[in-house]
Design a protein around this ligand. Structure first.
Ligand code: ADP
Ligand code: ZN
Length: 757
């Protein structure tokens, strides 16, 4: 599993000693063995943080203990651990096992995985203060000694003796009516003992008040909801690992099933984790859980470090029944975890795009395996991985085929944008324009989806053809109207939009392509009497702005809500009578084997936002490829048809879920050097594959779709194998002692089960 060669200390005769194996988040990552001093033996455990000497670094280095052997043998003289940093380990043994599994599977240093698992606010004890407590022992402070003290010191001594409990200097001085001076003097004389304790700052709020004027009703479950619930409850009670996929169309009441399942397991004193995509973590979702459970912890990205630490402590104390959060909540330290639920399990945000590049679904299943508990995945558009798992017996399928309250799925109309009659000047076709008008006339609400933010997606000179691009990424800049900025959406590069062509000075540069800002201008011009709001990451920068727009929409103050995929997920508003998809093809022609799947998901999800009330709903999808199977299937609400066809397509090329894929990305400041090193690395992988006789197909190295990013040239290689084990082994072996000279300034990353190409 690990490189076990210790640093070259002195060789000694092997002798029995207590040994701890320690890993580090910074290079060198270890693991290295250290001797455990006698005083630490009864406290140290796997998961403990320690300070140890490492190389020549002064003051020692913080590391994580992953293994303890009280009767270890070492042929080397080991250095000793200098300090044990936590009274209780921050990770229990099951979480330590999970860390080691992630480190192995995703090929990341275990120290880095610990740092991902334990929030930095917990490591630094954010929001707590060190306080000094004083205590008096009657054996030291006899009546005789007390009588000989100054009057203030006597008063301090008497208060402490009477209290018979430790007190802070502030508490004592208030009671005595003195400064802290006499307390310090007594302490200096050795008449008082002291201890330091960490305490939570006061004033921490336990809960956010959710009040959106909605009462959470307990519904009478539909037959398919009851059937699904029965299966889930059985799995929870059986205390066995089982993966279940709840495939329920949009509006079929999946959340109600989650809530009932948790209500059931809470009766056994167990808790649950509910993972949701970050942008679905709306007050609406939160409210539904907070109204039904006494103790909910919501983890989200806008928490202060102190809040995060506080919630972590609450969760760990066992007080919390339900934890809701994005992918990192999969690590929530509930002591009696009974179920992990992943809502919208197909969502791309469950994969982390920095090291360790884990997928929360995979980690959830690994964690559940080690605890013997079930995992419940839910979606209207399951990932093909999860769908395939139900076909091979790795997961059980539960279905909610219909919407609740006999509501029909909305009608979907495809508008072929290649036909002139449907096209008008601008982004909105005649049929869509008419539908919006009718909807507003009927006092209904509209949602318009366009998956591009900004105003114009290209800035091009009509005279010489020059496209204004990012100097660091080579990608076209997007023009943003607010402030007239040209921005790179791949890095933070931003300039004032040039008024003339930077190449030929032609005065009359054109803004091409459509972003949400331009759409907003057009919609406002077409429907001057409607209230229009835009929701994309530009308008949602400030905390709370999300909630503000959604509650305005709920109350009917907004007629047309337009935005990026942010508006495609989870929203449940009965008065939405129309959903318009401005350009369904935007994700279709990406060089990525998941392009069709993404398109199907996006169209289905946004279509699901309508028809949720008594007045029905309809969907208009504008597309240049109306015959594409993904768009056809989405228009028929036919997930199974789509999935089965797409599985056949993937099989042809052995793409997931049929086989495993790994991606290696090599990046560097110099193109030639980067390419040379990429070739070298891929060559090693080839050699290792041949040596191990594994069936691995290697594509590349070649420039990826984004060939330059943040000033670095990029190359990538895609590796395919029928199974994940041999693939991982080959990469691990090939990379084991692959060192790149520092002067070349080239780095590489290994991405196991990549989600982006
Ligand atoms: P999904 O997550 O599958 O899209 P939701 O759980 O959001 O569906 O449910 C959609 C709506 O239906 C919610 O407003 C919910 O309160 C309501 N609902 C859920 N179950 C029932 C039921 N059995 N009877 C009536 N309404 C229900
Ligand atoms: Zn850039």
């Amino acid at each position: 599993l690990f490189d076990k060669s210790p640093p070259p200390w002195e060789l000694v005769a092997a002798e029995e000693t207590a040994i701890a194996r320690v890993v580090f988040s910074q290079s060198p990552h270890g693991p290295y063995d250290y001797a455990i001093p006698d005083a630490m033996r009864s406290h140290i455990q796997p998961g403990s943080r320690v300070r140890v000497p490492l190389g020549r670094r002064r003051g020692g280095t913080m590391g994580w203990c992953i293994h303890v052997d009280m009767a270890g043998k070492s042929r080397h003289k080991l250095r000793e651990i200098s300090e044990l940093l936590d009274e209780e380990p921050l990770c229990d043994p099951a979480l330590v096992r999970l860390v080691l599994w992630i480190a192995h599977y995703y090929q990341a240093p275990a120290g880095q995985v610990f740092d991902t698992l334990i929030p930095s606010s917990v490591r630094s004890s954010a929001g707590t203060k060190q306080k000094t407590y004083f205590r008096a022992d009657p054996k030291d402070l006899t009546e005789e000694i007390v009588a000989g003290l100054s009057p203030k010191q006597q008063a301090v001594a008497r208060i402490l003796l009477a209290a018979n409990a430790p007190m802070t200097a502030a508490q004592i001085s208030i009671q005595v009516g003195c400064t802290e001076d006499p307390i310090r003097r007594l302490h200096k004389k050795g008449l008082l003992s002291s201890e330091r304790r960490r305490e939570q700052n006061s004033g921490m709020t336990t809960r956010w008040q959710i009040n959106d004027g909605e009462a959470e009703k307990t519904h009478h479950l539909t037959d398919s909801q009851s059937d699904a619930l029965k299966q889930i409850n059985q799995a929870v009670e059986s205390e066995k690992t089982k993966v279940m996929l709840l495939h329920g169309v949009t509006g079929s009441g999946k959340t109600e099933v989650y809530i009932r399942a948790i209500e059931h397991l809470v009766k056994f004193g167990r808790g649950a984790i509910v993972l949701v995509p970050e942008i679905s973590l709306t007050p609406q979702t939160r409210g539904r859980f907070e109204r039904r459970f006494d103790s909910v912890a919501v983890l989200h990205s806008q928490m202060t470090p102190a809040e995060r630490h506080f919630q972590w402590q609450r969760i760990r104390s066992g007080e919390v029944q339900v934890v809701i959060g994005p992918r990192s909540a999969v690590f929530a330290p509930l002591p009696k975890l009974g179920l992990i639920i992943i809502d919208e399990e197909h969502d791309g945000s469950f994969k982390q795009d920095t090291q360790p590049r884990y997928h929360a679904r995979k980690v959830a299943i690994a964690r559940a395996n080690s605890l013997g508990i079930p995992v419940l995945l839910g979606s209207a558009t399951p990932s093909l991985e999860s769908w395939h798992a139900t076909r091979t017996g790795h997961a059980e399928r539960l279905s909610l085929p219909d919407r609740v309250r006999d509501r029909a799925m909305p009608d979907v109309q495809l508008v072929d944008m290649r036909i002139k009659d449907d096209r008008t000047v601008g982004a909105i076709s005649r049929p869509l324009h008419q539908a919006v008008q009718e909807t507003i006339h009927e006092k209904g609400q509209c949602i318009l989806l366009l998956n591009r933010r900004g105003f114009a997606t290209t800035i091009q000179c009509p005279s010489c053809g020059h496209v204004v691009a990012c100097p660091d990424c080579d990608m076209p800049l997007t023009h943003h109207r607010d402030g007239g900025k040209a921005m790179c959406h791949y890095c933070d590069f931003c300039i004032a939009t040039p008024p003339w062509c930077p190449a030929c000075r032609f005065d009359g540069i054109r803004y091409g392509g459509l972003g949400t800002q331009k759409l907003e201008v057009e919609v406002k011009a077409r429907f001057p009497n409607a209230n229009v709001a835009r929701m994309d990451s530009d308008t949602m920068r400030r905390p709370g702005s999300h909630q503000k727009v959604l509650s305005a929409f709920r109350s009917g103050k907004i007629d047309i809500l337009l935005g990026t995929q942010m508006i495609a997920k989870g929203l449940d508003f009965p008065n939405v009578l129309l959903v318009g998809v401005i350009n369904a093809d935007s994700a279709l022609h990406f060089p990525d084997f998941r392009a069709a799947e993404r398109t199907f998901q996006l169209v289905t999800q946004v279509a699901g936002r309508t028809g949720r009330g008594d007045r029905g709903g309809r969907v208009i999808v504008q597309t240049y490829s109306p015959e594409h199977p993904a768009i056809q299937a989405a228009s028929r609400h036919d997930y199974i048809g789509f999935a089965e066809d797409e599985l056949i397509n993937r099989k042809k090329y052995n793409y997931p879920p049929w086989g495993s894929v790994a991606r290696i990305i090599i990046r560097g400041t110099e193109e030639e050097t980067t390419e040379r090193i990429a070739e070298e690395l891929v060559g090693r992988i080839e050699a290792t594959r041949d040596l191990l006789k594994h069936e691995i197909r290697i594509l590349g190295p070649a420039p990826p779709p984004i060939a330059r990013l943040r000033g670095k040239f990029r190359f990538h290689a895609l590796l395919q194998c029928p199974e994940s084990g041999p693939l991982g082994e080959t990469i691990r072996r090939a990379c084991q002692d692959f060192r790149i000279p520092e002067k070349d300034d080239v780095q590489y990353v290994v991405d196991i089960d990549p989600m982006d190409m």
